[in-house]
Design a protein around this ligand. Sequence first.
Ligand SMILES: Cc1cc2nc3c(=O)[nH]c(=O)nc-3n(C[C@H](O)[C@H](O)[C@H](O)COP(=O)(O)OP(=O)(O)OC[C@H]3O[C@@H](n4cnc5c(N)ncnc54)[C@H](O)[C@@H]3O)c2cc1C
Length: 420
Amino acid sequence: MPGDNGKGVEQDVVIIGAGAAGIAAARHLQTIRPDLAILLLEAGDRLGGRAWTVGLPGDIALDLGCGWLHGARTNAWTGLAGEVGLTVDRTPAPWNGGRRLQRDDAETHAAQQAIGAYFERLDSHEGDDTDLAAMLEPGNSWNGQIRAIGTYITGAELERSSVVDYNRYDPGPGPDWRVREGYGTLISRYGRPVPARLGVEVTRINHRHAGRIDLETNQGGISARAVLVTVSTNVLAAGRIAFDPPLPEKIEAAARLPLGLADKLFLGLATPEALPADTHMLGSTSRAATGTYQLRPLGAPVVEAYFAGDLAHDLEREGKEAALAFAGDELAAQFGADIRTQLSVAAISAWAAAPHIGGSYSYAEPGASDLRGVLAAPHDERIFFAGEACSRSRYSTAHGAYETGVAAADLITGSLSKNQ
Ligand SMILES: Cc1cc2nc3c(=O)[nH]c(=O)nc-3n(C[C@H](O)[C@H](O)[C@H](O)COP(=O)(O)OP(=O)(O)OC[C@H]3O[C@@H](n4cnc5c(N)ncnc54)[C@H](O)[C@@H]3O)c2cc1C
């Protein structure tokens, strides 16, 4: 019976946020404790959070958020795709032997060598934490390209993020695959069996009273025995949810694990054959502020442009015409000016401006990597935390978010059993 401590508590567990972590936690709780009354509250108008697929006519699925099943052989979502009737596509990723538009000349080899040497320096770094820019070789002519790659990885300029955190990243074994119908489709479909309310923004968590937690939302109050918070670090750090009494260590941890920014622009192609299918292209091999392009991903008649770091912030602010012009210039430099007449905006993300998310994926400031553990630790065995930023080694990924959700659900059931 809900609130079986007899104090009129409405729910056993309220989960805040219907992204990968919240959905994973809810489904796991449903499996291991079907007797519990659980409710998922989502401020937005859809399930999925940073997993979001939009469709084009002809069954074309475009992922505005996560797209790659990293560590695909051991990624929990890979198996779940089949369970919910979706198809995993195993075409190799560009960084794993997939097709790339790249000359096989001395310049390309020199760039590869410089990039390889940079990442080796990162891997072998010992001692105090520092930022990713400190590992650059001053004056190396490939630093622009290294900086560009760094922003795709962390969503931030190299100066901002931690080497120790980078070295802890481990998505697990396996290549990177995709879900044909979209990663966002997979995560939202997996969430369907969960009792959820959309458009409900939690604004306050009052945990002053023993035996119950009172939540304030834009749709009224609700009480629970345990609460799982899965909102992004930028939402937490901005104080969008007030904890009463306050939990300053959580807010400080979130602030030092901010979200980097990566945005996607999908360009419709009037004549798809104008470009090769499933081929990767880097906008510029020398500039840091450049896009990375997946031409006709999975054969679709689109180009997927990916912008990160300061460039993504600038283009997001300037709007979709500016992003189209930027991508048009970079594609024209490769394919000739006529390619511009082929291109139109099919879909575009603006994750920094997304009101309940505020960015793309978390990075750690230098010295802040251990704060992932501080963020993940339960408070008072009643307020639990999950989400990609809580993962020590799979942060920034949808399967890392999944794993933190499942882990939190296990802790919640342990605590509820103790306090029955
Ligand atoms: C452009 C881009 C590309 C990416 N590429 C990949 C990739 O290829 N592979 C990969 O694995 N990962 C990728 N990621 C990262 C991945 O999408 C995220 O790590 C993951 O989806 C985060 O899930 P989460 O549950 O932690 O958080 P979220 O998805 O942010 O879920 C939190 C939810 O909480 C809701 N919320 C916020 N505030 C409140 C409130 N007050 N009350 C109620 N609800 C609230 C939000 O609306 C949101 O739905 C990418 C992300 C982006 C943006």
